[in-house]
Design a protein around this ligand. Structure first.
Ligand code: GDP
Ligand code: MN
Length: 392
């Protein structure tokens, strides 16, 4: 699960990580009130930051500095409701509905800090780089040695000696080192205790008055750990998520939208992966990844079908099922129901194997609907790609 920057900063603040003073607002009037408060409290300027679940806002025009309350209001008025396009939003962009109004700080250096799980090593890795503000992927491509890494023993946490090593390698001034150690250890504690899967502070800044701040905060949480954190669950903003993915999650379906035109319904993540591959091998592009799971019932299959078909890019559908716990006759019943309810006009290619496959085929035949039955996966992929190309 992703959250907004202002929510991430509120969590970090609780753990003792310094973040700039500021507040989230949804109207121009609120923006002016917060800016006014900040200027009264001695801020030299305020920064108006679009809150969307994507990075690269700075370059896309979603981070602007104001020198007065009026200017902050004008910027907020322009930014609220606009569609912000960054390299992480895709070409359709994201609508800005919330802003963070924050004090500006006298930035001396912009650095980079992050924590992720290193699956190859089986431990969290703390990463740092002196090139703050730059994408870490860019740093990794240009100069991989510029990325400082410390692997963390989960039972021990980030050791002070490790944090000191990072601080020295970043070239922090000696008088900042102790503060930096506390800062990094607090970050790791927040990452660990919230079951985060990613924490990225880019930039992590040193200010000219020798204070350290998280100027940006990106936090993702492991969905499988969310049941332990009811308070974090409330931070979910479903308006930032793909509506079809939200719909699918209601029915326990694992759906991810992709860019192609072949809709796929598959049971089991491994078979779904193989299906994606073989569609591309046949010269096509999948429109989605949809795993109905091992134990899906007819109702779930119907919902899965509706979700597939509400993607306007879908020109043909491939149903690739290996009946195990999910019996093929159950699936066939669901497919026929859904096809009748949605009055589907698109070609549907089926490749079915496994438990009760004969009964399943009978149900399909008896429905009188026009399905294309394939023998093998390769055959199915070729047929559906051809159908997608030929479809109106
Ligand atoms: P991102 O582009 O989505 O990662 O958004 P960031 O929050 O990282 O902001 C992008 C850039 O805006 C930062 O790298 C800073 O250079 C600048 N920026 C952000 N907040 C402030 C601030 O309070 N003061 C100043 N002077 N610059 C800021
Ligand atoms: Mn950033």
């Amino acid at each position: 699960m992703k959250i907004h920057e202002y929510q991430g900063k509120a969590i970090l603040r609780k753990y003792g990580v310094a973040v700039p003073r500021g507040e989230m607002v949804t109207t121009r009037e609120e923006a002016e009130r917060v800016a006014n408060d900040l200027f009264h409290d001695g801020a030299k300027g305020v920064v108006v930051k679009a809150q969307i679940h994507a990075g690269g806002r700075g370059k896309g025009g979603g981070v602007k500095i104001a020198k007065s309350v009026d200017e902050a209001g004008q910027l907020a008025g322009k930014m609220l409701g606009m569609t912000l396009i960054t390299h992480q939003t895709g070409p359709e962009g994201k609508k800005v509905q919330r802003l963070l109004i924050e004090e500006t700080l006298p930035i001396e250096r912009e650095l980079y800090l992050s924590i992720v799980l290193d699956r190859a090593v089986g431990k969290p890795v703390f990463m740092a780089s002196a090139s703050g503000g730059m994408e870490i992927e860019e740093v990794a491509a240009k100069d991989p040695n510029a990325i400082i890494k410390e692997w963390i023993e989960p039972g021990l946490g980030l050791g002070a000696f490790q944090a000191r090593k990072i601080a020295f390698k970043l070239g922090l001034k000696p008088e900042l080192v102790n503060q930096a150690v506390k800062f990094m250890q607090a970050l790791y504690k927040a990452y660990d205790e919230t079951d985060a899967s990613l924490m990225e502070i880019n930039p992590f800044i040193t200010a000219s008055d020798n204070r350290l701040f998280a100027l940006d905060a990106k936090l993702n949480f492991d969905d499988n750990g969310l049941f332990r954190h009811p308070d974090l669950k409330d931070l979910r903003d479903i308006t930032e998520e793909d509506p079809l993915e939200v719909e699918a999650s209601k029915y326990g379906l694992n759906y991810i939208k992709l860019d192609g035109n072949v809709g796929c319904m598959v049971n089991g993540a491994g078979l779904a992966m193989a299906t994606m591959d073989i569609i591309q091998y046949a010269g096509g592009m999948p429109a989605n990844f949809l795993d109905v799971g091992g134990g899906a019932n007819a109702e779930q299959v119907t919902h899965a079908f509706e979700i597939l078909l509400s993607d306007k890019n879908v020109k043909a559908v491939l149903i690739n099922i290996f009946g195990g716990i999910l019996r093929v006759d159950t699936l066939a019943t669901g497919v026929v129901q859904a096809a009748q309810q949605t009055k589907i006009q698109l070609p549907i290619v089926l490749r079915l194997e496994g438990t009760n496959v004969e009964q399943g085929r009978e149900i399909l035949k008896a429905s009188g609907l026009n399905f294309i039955v394939a023998e093998t996966m390769k055959d199915a992929a070729e047929k559906v790609v051809a159908a997608a190309k030929g479809a109106r």
